[in-house]
Design a binder for this molecule. Structure first.
Ligand code: 4AD
Ligand code: MG
Length: 433
């Protein structure tokens, strides 16, 4: 053979040579004597030019029958072309059809969201969805790269758990033989155990919340990155969070230019994202809300999406809201020693209305105080016996946080809804496909 099998992404290495590419027909135009075949292979798009006079009648005939998403091999000579979107075209010498596709349901017209969600397994082939999934992969790579390079060890917590971490109202129940079990809401409690074994650790995995809320920020199944750090206090944890997020945004800007362009993302909003990030206390946030038209917001309430959006509007980068009322937060958060009605915690609120992307805190290290929390939070004490051991055998100050991957992807990509940030979203009333 004189050709090489290549992908569209790598085609620039083969200018002037004949290559073979496996792909799908994305679009086709014909002028009677010339057919323009737009191919996609998952790595990119390229136009192939088929001239009737220059190929056998069988090849011409096969090309005539190609429908959208038909699968095929194409042979052709690579040519540089400034006008082509990817910079290259192919002069086709031969094609081999693998399958003529049935009429493709996702035409290039507008479809409703429900229709697209029902066809999510096909929808992900579209340029926009491909771009989002590539950026998601880059975000994961950047986050893991940052943590791996900063001394964190990856530890995998279990998915099936006997207890709750973030309250009992949205636990996802299942049977575990004769026992009751829950899909994990957060790996945190296990990561605390891991931090006592390995110092700086992080997990990356799916988490589950049976949330009855149908919003553009909530999924039933979402992925979290959860770092946990021994001997690190609340303040030090915030520094790591802002560096992690700034690094991630800059990595996407550097490595996903084409994808951000496909999404029409406003880059200037992302270029600002550099550490340090502003910090305001919950008290200051409440004051801000009172001035900004939320006059009846009372101290002690939790923020909802409209509140977070309003607070974020004052800043050009993510903002930390710190020191929430102890009452509204989880059982394990350490109270501020100077003011026990608030906890040493922070939520990181993304700009542009994307809401909370990180929740984190310093953890209670005092066994006596932690012991009181189970009753206050109506948690079954027996299930936390092992967790109490972490405070009996060399308790230390420690902190950690959870970064919600899908909300981070939605923000960086500039999407209206988290449903496009994950290949197969699990949402209220949607388990298919
Ligand atoms: O604030 P949350 O509930 O914090 C925890 O689970 C801690 N145990 C994490 C830790 O300290 N290790 O959740 C963390 C993040 C939120 O900031 C949000 O980005 C995301 O997880 N998140 C969701 N994302 C999509 N859909 C949902 N239903 C989400 N719930 C939380
Ligand atoms: Mg939270």
């Amino acid at each position: 053979v004189t050709y090489v099998l290549t992908t569209i992404k790598e085609i620039s290495a083969h200018v002037g040579k004949e290559v073979k590419v496996g792909g799908w027909l994305y679009n086709k135009r014909s002028s009677g004597k010339i057919q323009f075949l737009q191919l996609r292979d998952g790595t990119g798009f390229i136009q192939g030019i088929l001239v009737k006079k220059q190929v056998s009648p069988e090849v011409w005939e096969q090309a005539n029958h190609l429908t959208q998403e038909s699968s095929l091999y194409v042979w052709g000579v690579v040519r540089e072309d400034e006008r082509a979107p990817g910079g290259y075209e192919m002069d086709i010498t031969n094609i081999e059809v693998i399958q003529i596709a049935e009429e493709y349901p996702i035409a290039k017209k507008e479809h409703g969201v429900d229709f697209l969600m029902d066809h999510r397994h096909l929808w992900i082939r579209s340029p926009r969805q491909q771009a989002i999934l590539r950026i998601r992969a880059e975000i994961i790579r950047a986050i893991q790269g940052f943590l791996d390079e900063n001394g964190f060890t990856l530890v995998d917590p279990p998915v099936l758990t006997p207890s709750s971490c973030e309250g009992t109202t949205n636990l996802f129940h299942t049977k575990y033989f004769d026992e009751d079990a829950y899909l994990t809401q957060s790996g945190q409690l296990y990561m605390e155990a891991a931090a006592m074994a390995l110092n700086k650790v992080y997990s990356f995995g799916p988490t589950f919340r049976a949330e009855k809320s149908k919003t553009r920020r909530h999924l039933i199944e979402f992925w979290m990155i959860e770092p946990e750090m021994a001997f690190v206090d609340h303040e030090e944890s915030l520094k790591i969070q802002e560096q992690l997020v700034a690094h991630t945004v800059q990595a996407v800007l550097a490595n996903c230019k084409q994808e951000l362009k496909t999404l029409d993302r406003d880059l200037s909003a992302l270029e600002n994202i550099k550490a340090p990030f502003p910090r305001i206390t919950y008290d200051e946030a409440v004051e801000l809300l009172h001035k900004e038209g939320f006059a009846d917001f009372t101290w002690g309430d939790d923020f909802g999406a409209p509140h977070e959006t309003k607070i974020a509007e004052s800043f050009d980068r993510p903002v930390f809201i710190t020191h929430y009322p102890t009452e509204v937060k989880s059982f394990y958060m350490k109270p501020d020693p100077n003011r026990p009605e608030v906890v040493l915690c922070a939520d990181m609120i993304a700009p542009e209305g994307y809401g909370e992307i990180i929740g984190g805190s310093q953890r209670i290290d005092d066994p006596v105080l932690l012991e009181q929390r189970y009753e206050q939070h109506a948690l079954p004490r027996e299930a936390y016996e092992w967790y109490m051991d972490l405070r009996k055998y060399g308790t230390v100050p420690h902190s950690g946080f959870g970064l919600g991957l899908e909300r981070t992807v939605a923000w960086i990509c500039g999407l209206d809804h988290v449903r496009e940030t994950i290949p197969f979203p699990r949402m209220l009333y949607r388990l298919y496909p």
